[in-house]
Design a binder for this molecule. Structure first.
Ligand SMILES: [Zn+2]
Length: 376
């Protein structure tokens, strides 16, 4: 097992249909390899989520962060092969999770193995945190393990998240921050009645049009050099009436706010409540889950990552904060320098998810170069 190539290891991981939040044994394969490399491995099951924490060495700590869970395959008919078996064709490998992110995990493991074989007495500590609920609720994975690590007074100096950040060429984009996300349900009340007598009733759809415009168009004035301005997007509107002769009694609206770290959750809540209160509507607002934003100031790790990519790929790298949320946010509570670097994200969550074999091999070299540049 310890001598598997990156493709052989990826094949073993892809063959396990670990649809989020299940791991179904992927972490046993990873744990077995890490134990044979001398890592101390801890498995922490929280509800249905499997987590693995592994550590090796002493000193400044570098953590590889990843997840073994994958999204469902979608319509199997749209796949050219079984999504849970690795298909190799023309320098490409196909399968659910090859990019997001079993490919990165295989590359991390092989990079660390090659590094430890070459430099058994390196000065530093390498750790892995692998979870299995990143693609679902994210409630029993990284967030809980980071809480445990903080209780134990662990210090993590550097954290590399293997999420697929590359856009066109491996390593062209890395991420050092993400916007926050906050969702809500808004109910606007009216008075139900016959549509032919609108003067007798109160149509909540008509009343809501202006206020929804105000919410969408609100200028948050928080754009800066690192993040775009906060944005509100409505994703669902439902009056629950199908009859063409009924004015509905209420309108349910759901929206999501992607926010710049300059704007706090409490500020967003108070501004939206203020806009609604000043509209004279009868309404109810239920705030739902939120994810905190993070921003990691380039210090030591990010320049090393850029240099390591350049030495393998001969390209320069864009440091970005775009895209959805990632588990990297939980490490900002540990004051770690965080960077995300992984494969090309063009086919993630799609049918026929794929990566080139040459990118996988290059990712092994880049990850290894990063640890060499940190610890040698
Ligand atoms: Zn992912």
């Amino acid at each position: 097992m310890i001598l598997l190539s990156v493709i052989e290891l990826l094949k073993k991981l892809v063959e396990i249909p670990s649809i989020s939040p299940l791991d179904l044994g992927c972490q046993n394969i990873i744990g077995e390899i890490l134990v044979s490399l001398g890592f101390k491995v801890e498995k922490i099951l929280i509800n249905k989520t499997s987590n693995l924490w592994a550590e090796h060495g002493k000193g400044k700590t570098f953590t590889f962060l990843g997840h073994t869970d994958v999204v469902p395959p979608g319509n199997i008919k749209n796949w050219n092969s079984n999504p849970f078996s690795l298909r190799i064709s023309n320098n490409y490998v196909f399968g659910r999770g090859v990019v997001d992110m079993k490919g990165s995990i295989a590359a991390m493991i092989v990079a660390v193995r090659d590094f430890i074989f070459r430099y058994p007495f390196y000065k530093g500590r390498i750790t892995f945190l692998i979870t299995s609920d990143e693609e679902s609720t994210g409630t029993d994975g990284t967030v809980k393990i980071v809480e445990k690590l903080i209780q134990r007074k662990e210090k993590i100096d550097f954290c590399l998240v293997g999420e697929p950040t590359s856009e066109f060429i491996l390593g062209d984009v890395i991420k050092n921050g993400r916007r926050g996300s906050l969702s809500a349900q808004l109910i606007i009340y009216g008075v139900q009645g016959h549509i032919a007598y609108p003067h007798l009733f109160d149509n909540p759809i008509h009343k809501s049009i202006l206020i929804l415009q105000n919410l969408i168009k609100y200028d948050w004035k928080d754009k800066n050099e690192f993040f775009p301005s906060t944005q509100l997007q409505i994703y669902k509107i439902n009056s629950s009436t199908n009859a063409n002769n009924v004015i509905p009694g209420e309108l349910k609206i759901e929206f999501n706010v992607r926010f710049n770290p300059k704007t706090t959750v409490s500020k967003i809540k108070s501004i939206i409540s203020f806009l609604l209160d000043s509209s004279n509507l009868k309404y109810k607002l239920n705030w739902k889950q939120f994810s905190n934003p993070f921003y990691s100031k380039p210090c030591k790790l990010i320049p090393i990552v850029e240099k390591s990519i350049n030495s393998i790929q001969k390209i320069s790298t864009q440091v970005s904060t775009s895209g959805g949320t990632s588990d990297g946010r939980f490490f900002s509570n540990m004051n770690s320098e965080i960077v995300e670097l992984g494969l090309i994200n063009k086919t993630i969550h799609q049918c026929n998810e794929r990566t080139s074999i040459s990118d996988l091999k290059a990712l092994v070299l880049i990850y290894k170069k990063i640890i060499c540049n940190l610890f040698i």
